[in-house]
Design a protein around this ligand. Structure first.
Ligand SMILES: CC(C)(COP(=O)(O)OP(=O)(O)OC[C@H]1O[C@@H](n2cnc3c(N)ncnc32)[C@H](O)[C@@H]1OP(=O)(O)O)[C@@H](O)C(=O)NCCC(=O)NCCS
Length: 186
């Protein structure tokens, strides 16, 4: 699978495949990971035509679209008011990242039948090669996303703190781990 994979940017013809993968994880368990936010066709059409967000696809010639990562250069910094930082340095690092060019990975998912074949790794390598600091969140309360946790830890992302939100997607009293990938992590 890994060798016949290419990373491309999504266009409107890809929306139904992205929605199918998104739906696989909306009531999934933590071992394979899960997603908190459902996507809708109208929203994805808008994302694809916007200059602030991109959806990268992992496409295989044999299996079609096997994964996606939705990334944005926009992040509601107000949300960080609910953040408990590991250290003052971490808070400063994130402020510096958000103050310049950065990539926020809003959602990544790989089709269930092809997990653990390096597909998310290839999507991330592509995004990391854009040479821009990255910020990403991993769901932790009420359910730990252990697949995502292990994935980001394995790529040496740095945990900078814990974000609490009264409501996020389908969860109340939600908490997530905030990870960064900046140049010091390379
Ligand atoms: C998290 C996710 C994107 C990983 O995709 P993937 O293509 O299976 O990941 P990779 O094959 O590139 O994994 C690379 C490494 O990450 C770690 N990893 C990935 N999934 C793991 C899991 N379920 N358990 C433990 N470690 C895991 C491993 O170290 C793995 O290397 P290995 O397989 O050689 O041990 C996938 O599980 C997924 O789509 N989950 C549902 C959606 C989700 O949770 N998204 C993240 C939140 S937005």
């Amino acid at each position: 699978m890994q060798s016949d994979l290419e990373i491309t940017e999504a266009s409107s013809v890809d929306v139904s495949s992205i929605l199918e993968i998104n739906q696989q994880y909306l009531d999934s368990n933590d071992e394979e990971g899960f997603l908190v936010v459902p996507y809708y066709k109208s929203e994805l059409d808008q994302v694809i035509s916007s200059t602030e967000s991109t959806i990268f696809l992992a496409k295989s010639s044999s299996a079609g679209i096997v994964g996606y990562a939705k990334v944005s250069c926009n992040f509601q910094t107000d949300v960080l008011k609910g953040m408990a930082w590991n250290t003052v340095e971490d808070k400063q690092t994130v402020a510096a990242i958000l103050d310049s060019d950065f990539i926020y990975i809003a959602q990544v998912a790989v089709r269930k039948d092809v997990l653990r074949q390096g597909i998310a790794s290839q999507l991330y390598t592509h995004i990391e090669n854009l040479n821009t600091p990255i910020i990403v969140f991993v769901a932790w309360v009420p359910i730990r996303n252990m697949a995502s946790f292990h994935f980001h830890e394995s790529r040496k992302y740095r945990k900078v703190g814990v974000l609490s939100r009264p409501m996020f997607g389908r969860f109340e009293d939600y908490q997530s781990l905030c990870y960064v990938h900046d140049y010091s992590a390379r």
